[in-house]
Design a protein around this ligand. Structure first.
Ligand code: GLN
Ligand code: ZN
Length: 767
């Protein structure tokens, strides 16, 4: 036989039941008992589906009220002192209250207790709660949730395979607090507790445990590799089989380490790194199980089962029952169930697979490899083949005119006519902006009126004309308020946009939108990324009418607002039949046309947002440059088709700029606005040290905080910025869009910002 298993299932529920229950609990609308019952129901349901799909083991430990890394911190007793009444006393059982405090922060007699930090899980859009380690960190089993869940699954008559983040990845993902010590100094103590935990798990009759070590696909130094050997040599004696799971890339130079660790099994990601199959099989020790991740856990497409069957059959012959089949990584990153989608065309539906369908693919492939040629299995494989054949020839996917246009892109399309130092002179003549010009990042408050109008329009209760009239009124209101505030460069406010990617995707051919394709982003937050189905084309102008209208209302320059090609790509499910680069080039061409249309409509300042440009970076440094090259090229194709007098802005947030500053400079945007206020302008250092040549607007206040920034606060930040960047190149703006704030906060904050800009302008001009 061939074992079919999964690395994890999405926990949110097919109707986002988990989100709804957790949020109801936070609001006091659900008590703890009700919440616990809802969680149990979801787990049971998900295990049931996986068993019905034909999996031999079901993952346990993939469920979490907020985040699986936070679960592990609670299991291991890694609780920052600030959350404890008695600083030294870790509770023997961490309850829900403490758990949520760590995730969301707390207030006590001393005031605010900051939540634990959250950060992106590798190169996904999932965010985990960062473990905090102190130099003398102790570890002790402090939660029985995992053990209880294992019992639950067993009671359901299933074979549980517990899933845990392994000790090295757990340490790697955490942060040293207090002093700057080597986290590996904690490894000994950590392994001791992992060992205890594994014994308790083994006592429940578990055969296999999956330890996830995704950092084995990153660049590691020898000390960390040595750490792997130490850890797994010690865990070897525990009475349970360990499947070491790696994903999100190739093992590469960590292959030797990973394959020789004394674990009973190794899982590899063959979706991201199909080329590693041969070298892994060649070096696989004779005792070891190899789990191949061939069903993409991070995307929505059906798997080409026939292709995998052909590739894996020789492996099956060589290693027999030691071959297991699974998804590339946990299905946490894919939507739950395709069967809920009502509006996809029949052919398109055949090309897709969400988590429920992916489990079936795994089981079918495993059976086929084991020699099952029943009609059920053959039919499933033939259906997959037919779907791929149809897709390869479908007019929904391929548009020759677009492909030809991509082929015809020439080098001149990604260069401005003149260099920045010449453009700037012409732009100053054209725009006549004061020193330290003030502006905003694009969106203004998405008020209840705006959301109600959109909802009514979608529900057919407002006609298109009525909806547009309402949006125009909102735009007029935003322009009026900006004039009153006396900002220098105005925006239309983005009232008509639900989301910065979806808004454009809906107007471009080549995109597909699901109704229920949610995936968890962090905690109870879910996102529903658009799906890039085929070649992308702009059918008609997407923003021109709104921006042109806004410009008619004011004599001040109005800044056109677009989402950049790289961000559109990074926040969508990409195609699997072409590279990310190809879709990005198509997006770039569509945006280039929009930029040129805006210019023709008399808009002289155009912002192209790229907040996701850093997120798209490959996990291995050696692959960075290649990505940055095409990402920069795409931005430039979108932005360079304009006259010298047209000023291109871009915006980025939450980025460490140091290691990609050259690429940012290569974008050659006339102005970049960035998030810096939270780091007290420290993020500006990269621009200063690099001697970044163009103009910069370092955010002077944090839009995520409901506090109104005082004039003093803004002034000291701006003065700090002025110490690093020439005054002539400095802009004054908040650090991101204002759509999540209300108007009263927004107006007070911006009034302070404008007042400070005016004051400093006079001060500097006088001196
Ligand atoms: N223009 C967008 C806005 O203001 C930018 C959003 C972002 O940076 N994520 O909302
Ligand atoms: Zn932003």
């Amino acid at each position: 036989m061939t074992i079919a298993h999964s690395l994890g299932f999405p926990r949110i529920g097919k109707q986002r039941e988990l989100k709804k229950a957790v949020e109801a609990y936070w609001r006091g609308k659900l008590n703890q008992e009700q919440l616990l019952a809802e969680g149990q129901k979801l787990r049971q349901q998900h295990w049931q589906w996986q068993a019905e799909a034909g999996l031999d083991y079901v993952p346990v430990g993939d469920f979490a009220w907020y985040d699986q890394v936070l679960n592990l911190s609670c299991t291991l007793g890694v609780i920052p002192e600030r959350f404890l009444a008695d600083a030294k006393q870790i509770p023997s059982e961490v309850g829900l209250e403490l758990y949520f405090k760590m995730a969301r922060g707390d207030t006590n007699e001393q005031g605010e207790v900051a939540a634990c930090e959250m950060t992106k899980w590798f190169d996904t859009n999932y965010h985990y709660i960062v473990p905090e380690f102190t130099e003398n960190q102790s570890f002790a089993i402090s939660s029985s949730q995992l053990l209880e869940e294992i019992k639950e699954a067993a009671q359901q008559g299933l074979k549980p395979k517990p899933v845990l983040l392994g000790p090295l990845s757990y340490l790697w993902l955490g942060k040293a607090k207090g002093s700057d010590f080597n986290k590996l100094s904690l490894l000994d103590e950590l392994i001791r507790v992992y060992g205890e935990l594994l014994v308790k798990i083994a006592d429940l009759g578990v055969e296999w445990i999956q330890l996830d070590e995704p950092i084995l696909t990153l660049d590691l130094d020898n000390e960390w590799r040595q750490g792997f050997e130490t850890a797994y040599n010690r865990l070897q004696s525990t009475p349970v089989n360990i499947l070491l799971a790696t994903y999100f890339g190739a093992l590469g130079d960590n292959l030797g380490t990973a394959i020789n660790l004394p674990t009973e099994g190794l899982h590899i990601d063959l979706v991201r790194a199909p080329e590693q199959l041969t070298s892994v099989v060649d070096r696989l020790p004779a005792y070891k199980v190899l789990s191949v991740g061939v069903v993409n856990g991070r995307n929505v497409w059906r798997t080409d089962l026939q292709q995998w069957l052909e590739r894996l059959q020789p492996v099956k012959q060589r290693i027999g029952d030691r071959l297991w089949v699974g998804p590339s990584c946990s299905l946490l990153h894919s939507p739950v169930d395709l069967n809920q989608e009502q509006q996809f065309a029949d052919d398109v539906r055949q090309w897709l697979a969400f988590a429920v369908q992916k489990n079936k693919e795994i089981a079918v492939l495993a059976k086929a490899l084991a020699g099952d040629n029943s009609t059920e299995i053959t039919a499933a494989i033939e259906a997959s083949m037919a779907a791929f054949k149809e897709k390869n020839n479908s007019g929904r996917i391929h548009d020759e005119t677009i492909q030809a246009r991509v082929q015809a892109i020439d080098a001149n399309m990604s260069i401005r006519q003149k260099p920045y130092n010449q453009r700037v002179v012409l732009q100053r003549q054209q725009l006549k902006l004061p020193l330290l010009p003030t502006t905003t990042i694009g969106s203004f408050p998405q008020t209840t009126a705006i959301r109600a109008a959109r909802k009514a329009f979608k529900a057919g209760k407002l006609t298109e004309a009525e909806y547009r009239a309402e949006m125009k009124q909102q735009i007029a209101d935003a322009v009026h308020r900006q004039e009153t505030l006396d900002l220098d460069v105005l925006v239309h406010g983005e009232a008509e946009r639900n989301d910065m990617v979806e808004y454009f995707g809906e107007q471009l051919s080549g995109f597909l939108f699901s109704q229920h394709g949610w995936v968890q982003s962090y905690g109870s937050r879910c996102v529903k990324p658009p799906i890039i189905l085929g070649d992308i084309k702009r059918e008609q102008p997407m923003t021109v009418e709104w921006i042109r209208y806004a410009q008619t209302l004011t004599n001040k320059p109005l800044k056109g607002m677009l989402t950049g090609p790289v961000t559109m790509l990074c926040w969508s499910f990409p195609r699997e039949d072409v590279s990310r680069e190809v879709s990005c080039l198509q997006l770039a061409l569509a945006l280039r046309d929009e930029v040129q249309d805006l210019e023709k409509a008399g808009i002289h300042i155009i912002q192209i947002d790229e907040p996701a440009i850093r997120e798209g970076l490959p996990l291995r440094k050696a692959e960075w440059q290649q990505y940055l090259d095409w990402a920069v090229r795409c931005f430039k194709i979108a932005s360079c088709g304009v006259e010298n007098t047209t000023q291109i802005h871009t915006h980025m947030c939450y980025s460490e700029f140091n290691d990609i500053i050259e690429a940012i400079a290569a974008l050659d945007a006339d102005v970049i606005t960035i998030e810096t206020s939270r780091s007290d302008m420290e993020l500006l250092d990269a621009f200063e040290n690099f001697e970044y040549p163009n103009e910069i607007g370092p955010g002077v206040y944090d839009i995520h905080s409901p506090n109104i920034p005082s004039q003093d606060w803004i002034k000291q930040l701006l003065k700090k910025a002025a110490n690093k960047i020439d005054l002539e190149r400095l802009w004054v703006n908040p650090d991101c869009g204002l759509k999540t704030r209300d108007w009263s906060e927004t107006e007070q904050a911006l009034a302070n910002m404008v007042a400070v800009a005016k004051e400093l302008r006079e001060e500097y001009q006088a001196s």
